[in-house]
Design a protein around this ligand. Sequence first.
Ligand SMILES: C[S@@+](CC[C@H](N)C(=O)[O-])C[C@H]1O[C@@H](n2cnc3c(N)ncnc32)[C@H](O)[C@@H]1O
Length: 191
Amino acid sequence: MNYSKVTDWCHEVIRTQVKAGGFYIDATMGRGRDTLFLSRLAGEEGRVLAFDIQPEALKTTGELLKSSGMTGVEDGRIRLVLDGHESMDRYAKEHTADAVCFNFGYLPGGDHRISTSAKTSIPAIEKGLKILKPGGMMSLCIYSGGDTGFEEKEAVLACLKGLSPKEYTVIANEYYNRDNHPPMPVFVFKF
Ligand SMILES: C[S@@+](CC[C@H](N)C(=O)[O-])C[C@H]1O[C@@H](n2cnc3c(N)ncnc32)[C@H](O)[C@@H]1O
């Protein structure tokens, strides 16, 4: 594992904390690296639901899955949805998902003006937490600074801080010795 890459770190924590062959949600598909990771974890038995609001994300992700030998899109085990993650409750029932993964921000190599925002990220987190099974986990990779600003990070952290410790454990990580607003990986474990 490359310990300096935030996505690798998030994948490693998910891999060690949730069972393989489950149901996983990628709330921010982007270029599909998280969808591919979750699809591999799902294997033949599991399921993946992935969301993005940009057709370009679905196209690139579909191509990545195909070139990586994933067959789940054809048989419906991997579903790529062109819709906002704030609507994820239309696609998944409460207490069904083993993991929900958020990687906030803009499409890498895409238009920086089309980005996740607190207005939709907070309802999506709240819905994702309901959709998680007891024993399931949420992973959130939070960016700030530059084009992204700080509003979403502050809103997400405030939302997570307010979760009852009787229902969830929230672990927020930091790249402690890095400058320039490094990404922040956060994990929520549901009892
Ligand atoms: C940092 S990228 C995700 C990276 C991705 N997981 C990957 O592995 O490449 C963030 C993505 O969130 C998407 N996004 C923005 N608002 C959204 C929303 N309301 N619902 C779902 N996706 C959204 C953007 O279009 C962008 O592709």
